[in-house]
Ligand binder design. Structure first.
Ligand code: ATP
Ligand code: MG
Length: 201
């Protein structure tokens, strides 16, 4: 039985926050690999100008190329219409019926899960690894979540990730203001987004 990590996100652009969380989860939970799945039309985002799926896919591809344990899936960006996590998880379950699947998310996204379609069903398909910065009061948070949502009992794991204030929103804002973004994300991704002139306005 293998353990497989799933890292879903808009990745507009992918940055070191995502990559460090995925790598720490891999080490801590002995995952045989982490599969990055860029979202199609994200139902929870209301930014109107999300970069094209192919562009976000290409950025992820360039970001993970040097890590043999990281892989990418076009499952969601190839799907028509909005992607619901539960549908993706059903496909992954069919692909790996015997293995343990772990969905890696930031702690901000963990709170959103309960607004997702078929949240209860999701906990039957996959466990969660919630990445938070050191100092985040996880015990209170998890206690509250498990009291309010008993179906999550034992299915949410906490992962401490070294302080990373990096976010895609901040990177896009920096590009717009003409500020540096180097060292916030892998160099091949930075060069690619500059070449395309992404986020300039
Ligand atoms: P945006 O600012 O556009 O929302 P983002 O930086 O939050 O982008 P997403 O693509 O929305 O990136 O996030 C994908 C996943 O990665 C989510 O589960 C999110 O919580 C997590 N994540 C994002 N930034 C970090 C970070 N710095 N450290 C750990 N996890 C992160
Ligand atoms: Mg986000």
């Amino acid at each position: 039985m293998k353990k497989i990590g799933i890292m879903g996100g808009t990745f507009d652009p992918i940055h070191y926050g995502h990559l460090v969380a995925a790598e720490m989860a891999r080490g801590e939970f002995k995952l045989s690999k982490v599969l990055f799945i860029p979202t199609g039309t994200p139902p929870h985002k209301n930014r109107r100008d999300i970069s094209a799926g192919e562009v976000r896919f290409e950025m992820v591809k360039r970001a993970i190329q040097d890590n043999p344990a990281f892989d990418i899936s076009a499952l969601e960006i190839e799907r028509e219409g909005p992607s619901y996590t539960v549908e993706t998880l059903r496909v992954l379950r069919r692909t790996w019926p015997e293995d343990e699947l772990y969905f890696i998310t930031g702690s901000d996204a963990l709170l959103e899960i309960f607004s997702w379609r078929e949240a209860e069903e999701i906990f039957k398909l996959i466990q969660f690894i919630g990445a938070a910065r050191p100092g985040f009061d996880a015990s209170d948070f998890f206690l509250k979540v498990q009291q309010e949502h008993p179906e999550t009992q034992g299915k949410i794991h906490y992962l401490e990730v070294p302080a990373l204030a990096i976010s895609s929103t901040d990177i896009r804002a920096r590009v717009r203001r003409g500020e540096p973004i180097r060292y916030l994300l892998p160099e091949p991704v930075r060069l690619y987004l500059e070449e395309l002139g992404l986020y300039v306005e």
